[in-house]
Design a protein around this ligand. Structure first.
Ligand SMILES: Nc1ncnc2c1ncn2[C@@H]1O[C@H](COP(=O)(O)OP(=O)(O)O)[C@@H](O)[C@H]1O
Ligand SMILES: [Mg+2]
Length: 322
């Protein structure tokens, strides 16, 4: 039997977090569809991982897809798989995401970005529970998949604007878990500080630093628009760049604002493609070359980001070079 991946931890001590932990337990006991909402970086993916790993589906796959980055032309074949020769680039039979998640869970992130075509495909699957690989002439097969969806958009507004189908919304929104922004649950911040400082000190093999009182009050009162992800990045950077055993306010200054790519600010007469290239480079630098996290920040699937990296001829930047 395959060894189980270690259970992700959901850190926090606030009343809101305790409630979320209960909702996770409750969701893990059933197969009901879950809709997780909240701003970017609040921990939606962590919640989805926990539900899967605590559920009876834990031995099967958790397949995570980002609905924002999938071109419509690839969609059906990615979701349902395809048979060799069914289109030009189909060199071999390929399992789709839904099949890979059979007996397990599929985590569909950023469902608010789904095209109407993808919404229709997904709805068709939800109604029948059956899939048929693109180009297959065999009868459809039933797959047993639990669906967890997430979004940082207000779907009700999108429904009103006819960007999101209400019938799909009602199907997905069976158990709803709303994760408040970090600034609305500051009681969690000390726990995050302990956790991330400990974790990064371990991975970088340094002594766990102390936080000066001033640094601590700065960290607990910051607005954190990027939520837990931003807090985590600030701490990691502080740990990497500082050589003191006590971190002061300058070490934990929120440097993320300086990471807003100049391209976004430069109103200069550059093409959209050039702006895109600069922005991707800036985010890659910010994420120290980690394509997976850069893709997440950019709201793209990893493969979509790779495509753009290739298109723009961007050379992967590793390390904290400037
Ligand atoms: N409660 C939490 N406990 C531990 N780590 C968390 C928690 N919430 C968020 N994180 C961390 O913050 C980062 C962003 O979380 P993620 O689940 O990707 O957010 P979202 O999907 O809402 O954008 C990840 O590195 C994640 O591990
Ligand atoms: Mg996410």
């Amino acid at each position: 039997m395959a060894t189980l991946p270690t259970l992700p931890q959901f850190i926090g001590a606030s009343a809101a977090t305790r409630e979320i932990l209960q909702e996770i337990e409750c969701a893990a006991r059933s197969d009901a569809k879950v809709l997780i909402t909240g701003e970017s970086g609040v921990g939606k993916e962590v919640v989805a991982q926990l539900i899967h790993h605590k559920s009876r589906r834990q031995q099967a796959n958790l397949v995570a897809i980002n609905c924002a980055g999938i071109p419509d032309t690839l969609l059906a074949s990615e979701l349902f798989g395809h048979m060799r020769g069914s289109f030009t680039d189909a060199y071999r039979d390929k399992q789709g995401w839904l099949e890979q998640a059979h007996r397990g869970t599929i985590f569909m992130d950023e469902i608010g970005e789904m095209s109407l075509q993808m919404q229709a495909l997904l709805l068709r699957f939800l109604e029948s529970g059956e899939i048929q690989r693109v180009g297959s002439d065999r009868a459809s097969t039933v797959v047993d998949v639990r669906i967890i969806a997430a979004t940082n958009r207000r779907l009700v507004d999108q429904i009103a604007a006819t960007e999101f189908r209400s019938d799909l919304f009602y199907r997905l929104n069976v158990i709803h878990i709303e994760i408040p922004p970090l600034r609305a649950r500051r009681d969690d911040i000390p726990a995050f500080l302990d956790h991330f400082l400990q974790q990064f000190s371990e991975s970088y093999r340094v002594v766990v630093p102390r936080l000066s009182d001033e640094a601590l009050s700065q960290l607990t009162s910051a607005p954190w628009p990027g939520n837990v992800r931003q807090l985590r990045n600030v701490l990691e950077r502080a740990l990497l760049l500082s050589d003191h055993s006590t971190l002061g306010p300058a070490d934990v200054a929120d440097v993320s604002s300086s990471a807003i790519p100049p391209a976004a600010a430069a109103s200069g007469r550059i093409t959209l493609a050039e702006a895109e290239r600069r922005h991707i480079e800036a985010v890659l630098r910010e994420e120290r070359g980690a394509v997976a996290s850069a893709a997440e920040v950019l709201g793209l699937s990893r493969s979509a980001l790779y495509e753009r990296i290739k298109k723009h001829g961007i050379v992967a930047a590793k390390g904290t070079e400037t």
